[in-house]
Design a protein around this ligand. Sequence first.
Ligand code: AMP
Length: 651
Amino acid sequence: MAEEKIIGIDLGTTNSVVAVMDGTEVKVIPNQEGSRLTPSVVAFTDKGERLVGEPAKRQAITNPRRTIYSIKRFMGRRHNEVEEEEKLVPYKIVGGPNELVKVEIDGKLYTPPEISAMILRKLKEAAEAYLGHTVRKAVITVPAYFNDAQRQATIDAAAIAGFDTEYEIRGKDGKIVKQRMRIINEPTAAALAYALDKKKDQKIAVFDLGGGTFDISILDVGEDGVFQVKSTNGDTHLGGDDFDQVLMDYIADEFKKQHGIDLRKDPMAMQRLKVAAEQAKKDLSQQTTVDINLPFITADADRNPLHLMMTITRSQFERMVEHLIERCKKPVMAALKDAKLTPQQIDEVVMVGGMTRMPRVQQLVKEIFGKDGHRGVNPDEVVAVGAAIQGAQLLLGAAADIQLLDVTPLSLGLETLGGVMTVMIPRNTTIPKKVTEIFTTAVDNQPSVEVQVFQGERPMAADNKKIGSFHLDGIPPAPRQVPKIEVTFEIDANGVLSVSAKDLGTGKQQQIRIEGASGLSKEEVERMRREAELHAEEDKRKREFADAKNNAESRIYQIEKMLNEAGDKITEADKAPINAAISKVKDAINRHDLAAVKTATAELEQAASAMAQHLYSKVGQGATPSGGPTGDTGKKDGPDDVIDAEYEVKK
Ligand code: AMP
């Protein structure tokens, strides 16, 4: 049996994409609606039904408070960190200032990993339908700037969606090796997709302006095919959403000037405006002017309907967003500086993210690097394509000639005397990485040390982000600076950190895998995973019932139509068994009994078919003998075709 494939998933802020390596080619897998891009949107209808992707996005206008988009902005984040993002979304974000945020819909709380899992599950199912087998392994991408908590939250989402977070694959030497689920940086994946059949020994910049984040990475593809990320930088608060927001604000301001009404107070109007603004922005990548037309957007004080009509030119739009374009420059320069390269030394700039289709963004790249960005690979799909390549390489046991080396996006360290941040693993270190250093006590007879782990670039620990802490106690009394405490920071290939401390005197040891990195315990993840699975069953049942009901109702309609059209050619006695069968189907539908709907529909088919045959035989005899149909459908000669064509009974 062929080994189960590892799929690649770009779990985006705005859109998600799933791809798989098929032979030597990467295939982007269309979703259930037939699209290659799946909007990262989840919605709950007022009937409690769950919608994911395009169906969710489509109803966002009429259901703004139960429609969750940009959930990626909330992954693994605490309330005090997301004040900006919270303002951008119409759904309710809850949680204490230092607590991980949750989304509240109709009084029910959902964690961001749970919501992301719904998107992942949809992609998983699309891949399963495409491949024809169960898929439990995936490579998922995250922005380079995702911290440990955000990465861990992504892994949790995958677990809830039913992916294995640890699995066994055959290594290069044929041995089975345990592999932790791979989370790779989006720009790394993009460069990998680009480099698949390109020449080696190049410096590549990956310029990724997506829906919610901006990432810039500088990579080096060596002669030996080894792929090294030299530096990464970016802005987690800059993306297509911000461009949409600027345009929405402009339109709302203009509308207010014209009509004195603030559309911002009307969530329904704002949702419509959001969709229109995004479309206008995209259109302006192709054309130089765009008309925005939103009839009946609101009503005036006298309840007269008001329409929004506006023309926007590309140059007008470019002026409006120039400050956002400007904001891309600094991270690019910082990344180049970290990689110790000048813009001219970059051989290729790979463009990633839908926003790089905007001409002004392309112009910016040319201004910075002195050359056009490379757009050979579809900017919406390139990340998923890279993830799929990485997935295939894992299966090959890294036998392929491209190796991937990722870097840490932020420095990791611990607090030492005086609140100083002592860096153990500096940012832009190639991972996996293990660093061990010896520390000691600050005061005489100090019985314990507290290891407080921080992430960030500021010299004082308190200014950085605390990501975990633990105590190592039982240190025997000794003068200060005598005990030797060995601290180890180990960051795995996914950028997930483990920290341990060992008292070399007693051999006593303490360790954490950054506790509560995503705020979800193993049990919680397991519970959510089970719930999601339960839900999947329920969703499947709902869908099956809806299909059966639709089928039954359309058959009833057709059969009733046939009966009516036949008029008195069919006697009441002939109709009786059919009417009885119809009642039975309707009753089963009312009882929501899927199995009963199916059997009753089959019985109805039989009754109708029997009657049709009976009817035909009577027509053939030119007489109208009494007596009901026999239910005998065994007679299969000539007339079948005619019955089909006239009454559509036998399909
Ligand atoms: P991504 O996160 O890569 O899916 O990027 C999605 C972002 O790209 C969204 O903000 C889209 O509105 C934007 N986008 C997609 N197509 C275009 C286009 N033709 N011109 C400008 N922006 C676009």
